[in-house]
Design a protein around this ligand. Structure first.
Ligand SMILES: CC(C)(COP(=O)(O)OP(=O)(O)OC[C@H]1O[C@@H](n2cnc3c(N)ncnc32)[C@H](O)[C@@H]1OP(=O)(O)O)[C@@H](O)C(=O)NCCC(=O)NCCS
Length: 166
């Protein structure tokens, strides 16, 4: 199901058949350096199933991001499950060869606009590894506000926490 279209991108819901495509970023040690490390095919197949269920239950999830021009899958961008205090967490993971082209910001901006129009989301949160400068840059460009350092269970460290109230 296509969720969004931007000038250069199409975002659609994930499917199990996307496994080969998502391994180009979820299986990459450098891409996943600040996001829990690279996954095996078995783990990412479970992730796809989890996100498909989440889309059915909650009406939102991370979306496969495709270049309109070439139909290449370049990454994933969208919404992680609610956590303590926020309705969803913004997420974006892009294959290395597509960094530095503005795609992450373009996709994330479209997701936020979509949430404003179509979803019952009031607060989007994002915790970022303190060394992940390019991700913090994206959040600032999108208009997220820095709230402060917050303990992150997943990574066992204090991380800069940002949020956006819709
Ligand atoms: C975080 C991540 C998505 C950021 O990607 P990115 O490509 O740096 O971010 P953007 O899409 O906003 O691109 C920004 C750059 O594209 C450049 N650019 C080139 N063409 C552009 C265009 N047409 N429009 C806008 N920007 C363009 C900009 O100059 C900008 O560089 P700058 O920020 O140094 O000025 C990417 O590094 C990534 O996937 N990392 C691994 C996963 C990750 O850490 N995710 C987040 C936390 S878990």
């Amino acid at each position: 199901m296509v969720i969004l279209e931007t000038e250069r991108l199409i975002l659609r819901t994930l499917e199990l058949a996307d496994l080969d495509s998502v391994m180009s970023f979820w299986g990459d040690i450098e891409v996943m350096r600040y996001c829990g490390g690279p996954g095996t095919r078995e783990r990412e197949l479970r992730a796809l199933q989890y996100y498909m269920n989440m889309q059915k239950d909650k009406g939102f999830s991370p979306y496969l991001t495709i270049l309109k021009e070439s139909e290449e899958v370049i990454g994933v961008c969208g919404f992680n499950p609610p956590n303590n205090g926020y309705d969803t967490e913004l997420m974006y993971h892009f294959a290395k060869e597509y960094w530095g082209k503005g795609y992450a910001t373009e996709a994330a901006k479209a997701c936020i606009d979509y949430a404003k129009k179509h979803l019952k989301i009031k607060k989007i949160g994002a915790s970022i590894d303190p060394e992940n400068n390019s991700s913090q840059k994206v959040l600032k460009k999108l208009g997220f506000n820095y709230v402060g350092m917050k303990w992150c269970e997943g990574t066992n460290q204090d991380e800069p926490y940002f949020e956006m109230i819709l």
